[in-house]
Design a protein around this ligand. Structure first.
Ligand code: SF4
Length: 323
């Protein structure tokens, strides 16, 4: 074979191999990026959960935490992140996972025990047919959720007692908290949210929500990344809560049109100024008297409110004396 022919053949081989190599390199880069993004997501979840635990002193040395597992994305994420944090924590606490099997039709009762066995953590499945009770007591077409959750709450408190758990962890996240806040305001005429930490109704336990700072979009993605065996949440056949759906859509629209607004609303939940609201139980308006002493961080009632750009009205419209 002549040298020219050999070179041509070699060149042809190289040209044919090049696209294949490029495709392999590209797909390697893409998978590296996915791994990087997934690590970032895991780190963010750990940081936000750790932050919420610290801010509200949710977990203390010697606690036994009962993690309520429904089979939905949020409770799987909660358990997973708490287990990671437990390994890194300077304190010791125990975790026991609990699922309440409410005997809804077609509930796949093998999924959670198999998952939890593989994780190797202590768990308990509580079998209670609340589904039949709810169906018997609530007329067809009426919302079943309030009775169902009241029954569930009572059972979970009892189980926590039996398991010796002093704290009960729930998988509610930042979006749940915001939605509840607006639901209470729009439909209940109250400024009331969903606290990250509270005493249970029976006074015996502390209920914690370690995902309080976590966005739902993140638990959704984390569930995909970790391939959690999700159990559908519509087995009870209950109608979707339309009011909650409306609020969810409202928040989504706001965030689309005004990025950052939802973050600001969420931050405002931890920056409450009772003296500038109208609840006489929170602030003693009736007994308010002038003290005669100036306060450095006192009231700014006569100052102009900052505009959304950060400028004040007077910085945009010159005052008469400056004209
Ligand atoms: S959606 Fe179904 S399982 Fe969930 S609280 Fe409502 S009735 Fe109960």
């Amino acid at each position: 074979m002549s040298q020219t022919l050999m070179n041509d053949a070699e060149n042809a081989a190289v040209t044919a191999a090049a696209p294949a190599e490029t495709a392999a390199a590209l797909s390697f880069k893409a998978s590296e990026k996915i791994v990087y993004e997934n690590n970032k997501l895991h780190k963010r979840l750990c940081r936000q959960v750790g932050q919420a635990i610290g801010d509200f002193n949710m977990i203390e040395d010697g606690d036994k935490i009962m993690v309520c597992l429904s089979g939905g994305k949020d409770s799987y994420a909660l358990l997973d992140i708490l287990m990671t944090l437990r390994e890194r924590a300077p304190i010791k606490f125990d975790i026991v996972a609990v699922n309440l099997d409410q005997k809804q039709p077609n509930f796949p009762d093998h999924i959670l025990p198999a998952y939890l066995k593989e994780l190797g953590i202590p768990f308990h499945i509580e079998n209670q047919d609340t589904y039949s009770i709810v169906k018997r007591l609530i007329p067809e077409g009426k919302t079943t959720c309030s009775l169902c959750s009241r029954l569930r709450r009572g059972i979970l408190y009892r189980v926590a007692d039996e398991l010796g758990a002093n704290k009960i962890a729930l998988g509610h996240h930042r979006d749940d908290i915001m939605e509840t806040f607006f639901l209470n305001m729009f439909f209940g005429a109250k400024i009331k949210g969903m606290p990250p930490k509270l005493q249970s109704d029976d006074g015996k336990h502390i209920v914690i929500r370690p995902l309080a700072y976590v966005k739902e979009a993140d638990t959704e993605r984390y569930a995909q990344v970790k391939n959690f065996p999700i159990i559908p949440c519509d087995l009870c056949g209950s109608q979707e809560n339309l009011q909650r759906k409306q609020i969810k859509n409202m928040l989504r629209e706001w965030e689309k049109k005004h990025p950052g607004r939802v973050d600001n609303i969420f931050s405002s939940l931890s920056t409450v100024v009772p003296s500038h609201l109208m609840d006489g139980e929170l602030f003693g308006f009736k007994d308010l008297k002038a003290t005669g002493e100036a306060m450095a961080n006192g009231d700014i009632a006569f100052d102009e409110e900052p505009c959304s750009t950060g400028s004040t009205v007077s910085s945009i419209i010159p005052l008469r004396s400056e004209e």
